[in-house]
Design a protein around this ligand. Sequence first.
Ligand code: NAD
Length: 301
Amino acid sequence: MKDFKGKVAVITGGASGIGLALANRFGREGCRIMLADIEEEALQVAVDQLRGSGIEAEGHRTDVSDLHSVEGLRDRVNSTFGHTALLFNNAGVSITGPTWKMSPDDWRWVWDVNVWGAVNGIRAFLPDMIDRGEGGHVINTGSLASFNGNGDHAPYCSSKAALLGMSQSLYSEMAAMMTGIGVSILCPGMVATQIHRSWRNRPEADNAWSDREYADEAFRQGSEEFQGRGLSPEQIADATFDGVRNGSFYIFAGNTWSAFLAETMGRAMRAENPLVMTWGEDRRPLDERELLPWHAISGTV
Ligand SMILES: NC(=O)c1ccc[n+]([C@@H]2O[C@H](COP(=O)([O-])OP(=O)(O)OC[C@H]3O[C@@H](n4cnc5c(N)ncnc54)[C@H](O)[C@@H]3O)[C@@H](O)[C@H]2O)c1
């Protein structure tokens, strides 16, 4: 996609972090922005900020895990701006905990937002985009975790791996049908956003095991500091803009992702065991820990 002026961009999870940076980046290129987010107050603040920067923007409270809510978003876009050219399935949540301990609701919530959120976006928006025959682009926010499962992160990593498979399937379909609709998967390492505070948007009725850690002040402080060492959301948005303009399926950012992928994919190709990476309990002596992934993922080397 080369021409962004006046094009409508729908961005889920747009009130914070990577989504908001994407809104600013594509807005500066002339896109008209529809921000969708479950967090109403943050959504209004974000829309005000975009408008204050001279970007045409609207906001619509949306729960991406609910197809009806996403269809409501599509109807709002159609009645406000007209047809969608760029669809960013970006909303996502993350929790931590051992695979065998997290509750069914822990698993369900992460998959509902991260996987079903993107499925719902595609089901609601893509038929019109295909029918109009004017091309466009779908960008799903995956992660470096799409390529490797880390300890203490099973729902998140498995959901991001599912997004990779889904995005590859969609890419083939769009290319084979010659729709002119590009597909990308955005795969950041660690980014300084609010993802580590995902619990703030959790359904109240959930029986959450993973949320135990947020009662622990020291743990919370530690994850604030850790997350803050990531790349800036603006760096991710710049890489995404270049990727969409160039028609790239894989969009990475920073300068350490390729070392990480070479290690993880290389091990698979050689049928070697995976890297041992965990955010959780690690009883191995320090000198046996594989430190490469931390540097690669956080982009801090
Ligand atoms: N931050 C990182 O290190 C990192 C790394 C790789 C990938 N990602 C991915 O980037 C995407 C954006 O996350 P972020 O890091 O900017 O985090 P963030 O928490 O700053 O932003 C996520 C946004 O999604 C919204 N959201 C949550 N549940 C929703 C729902 N059900 N419906 C609609 N909106 C919802 C939140 O309110 C928030 O505004 C996610 O898909 C995340 O998995 C983040």
